[in-house]
Design a protein around this ligand. Structure first.
Ligand SMILES: Cc1cc2nc3c(=O)[nH]c(=O)nc-3n(C[C@H](O)[C@H](O)[C@H](O)COP(=O)(O)OP(=O)(O)OC[C@H]3O[C@@H](n4cnc5c(N)ncnc54)[C@H](O)[C@@H]3O)c2cc1C
Length: 346
């Protein structure tokens, strides 16, 4: 009798969970293992702005309880980091020196907040928003009705900014090339969208007009806790500074695996990498687009979930191509506000 196939999914975000669910239903006899470096099980990061409204109980953000994984025979391994992959030997290496054999590997390791190289040294002066712990730390550092400076202002940051304005904070957006990421806004349209930010209540500071951001430092005694300095010598002060420069795929562990990488893991429209046993889904992969004649990223939770489902279908015998499921255009509402389709989640 053949041993059941072992499907391993790296990542327990939207893509990884949808993939594991689909693998379980399409291959009932298989072993399904899901590995995540996160200590928390699958949680709703789209809802993280609620932390700033006072919601501090991590259990309120959890999407599936522990029993879900038991009932579905998905072996969930939390706080477990994959450090490398040998695709020829179909082996994963874990940080605690364990190795794990797979028959198929589905990489759904997502992406991490991107920081421009010239600002990396100022990271300790900034508050992140990539995890539940980050959100709690930022909210704890923010006084009531305080002043938040958002650097960049991608759509994740602007979504948080809407909540911050709503709870009475002062919010400054330092606009630069990542503002509105991942939406593509043409040079012609950009002034209208920036005006919309002002109309929504954001204060806007143009980094280019001040020669770009030079540094982020602690504030002087008696003044606000943080200073953002610009190359023209000007500066602005706030209580916390949060970077929102888009994301970069989390794939260090795939370097040297034998799978092709550009900025993300390169996959064909069926989400298969250059190795027959390895597929990828979600923020970590760049999918070949025949229309654009290039590999490209697709964002938004509906797209990410659809990728997880498609990759699992194709791992289990199908061979269907990726079709985007989500509108990617940034919109202006009738009352002049910005609306991103990525802000619509169920
Ligand atoms: C705070 C925040 C708010 C957001 N808000 C929105 C929003 O409102 N709308 C929207 O459309 N998008 C939003 N996004 C983006 C959205 O979260 C992503 O597009 C989506 O979560 C990507 O899903 P994913 O499954 O590809 O990866 P992720 O959800 O990032 O999951 C990646 C998983 O891989 C694991 N992992 C990574 N490396 C390793 C490793 N080496 N070993 C083991 N495990 C590993 C991680 O622990 C994690 O479980 C937001 C992102 C953040 C950070």
């Amino acid at each position: 009798m053949n041993a059941p196939r072992h499907h391993v999914v790296v990542g327990s975000g939207v893509a990884g969970n949808q993939a594991a669910e689909t693998l379980r239903s399409r291959d009932p006899e298989s072993r399904v293992t899901m590995i995540t470096v996160s200590k928390l099980p699958f949680f709703n990061r789209y809802d993280l702005p609620r932390v700033f409204r006072g919601e501090r109980d991590w259990r309120k953000f959890i999407i599936y309880p522990a029993e879900y994984y038991l009932d579905n025979r998905i072996s969930l391994r939390r706080a477990t980091q994959v450090v490398s992959v040998d695709s020829a030997r179909r082996t994963l290496f874990l940080a605690h020196n364990e190795t794990l054999h797979f028959d198929t590997l589905l990489v759904a390791s997502g992406a991490s907040p991107y920081m421009p190289a010239e600002l990396v040294e100022y990271r300790p002066q900034m508050h992140g928003f990539g995890s539940f712990r980050d959100a709690i730390a930022a909210a704890d550092a923010l006084p009531k009705d305080g002043h938040v400076i958002l650097l960049g202002g991608d759509t994740i940051g602007l979504d948080l900014g809407r909540t911050l304005l709503d709870i009475g904070c002062r919010v400054t957006v330092v606009i630069e090339k990542h503002t509105f990421w991942p939406h593509e806004v043409s040079a012609d349209e950009r002034p209208r969208y920036i005006q919309a930010l002002t109309d929504m209540g954001f204060e806007v500071v143009d980094a280019a007009a001040r020669g770009q951001i030079a540094a982020v430092r602690a504030g002087e005694p008696g003044l606000a806790a943080r200073r953002v300095l610009f190359r023209d010598g000007s500066e602005i002060h706030g209580d916390i500074v949060m970077p929102f420069f888009g994301v970069a795929p989390a794939l260090d562990f795939m370097l040297g695996s034998g799978v092709d990488i550009e900025r993300g893991l390169l996959v064909q429209p069926n989400l298969r990498t250059t190795n027959d046993a390895i597929y990828a889904a979600g923020d970590v992969c760049q999918i070949w687009s025949d229309a654009d004649k290039r590999y490209r990223f697709y964002y938004g939770w509906k797209n990410v979930r659809a990728m997880g489902e498609l990759a699992a279908h194709n791992v289990t015998g199908a061979d269907e191509p990726w079709v985007p499921t989500q509108d990617e255009g940034l919109q202006l509402t009738a009352d002049g506000r910005i609306h991103s389709p990525f802000w619509e989640y169920a």
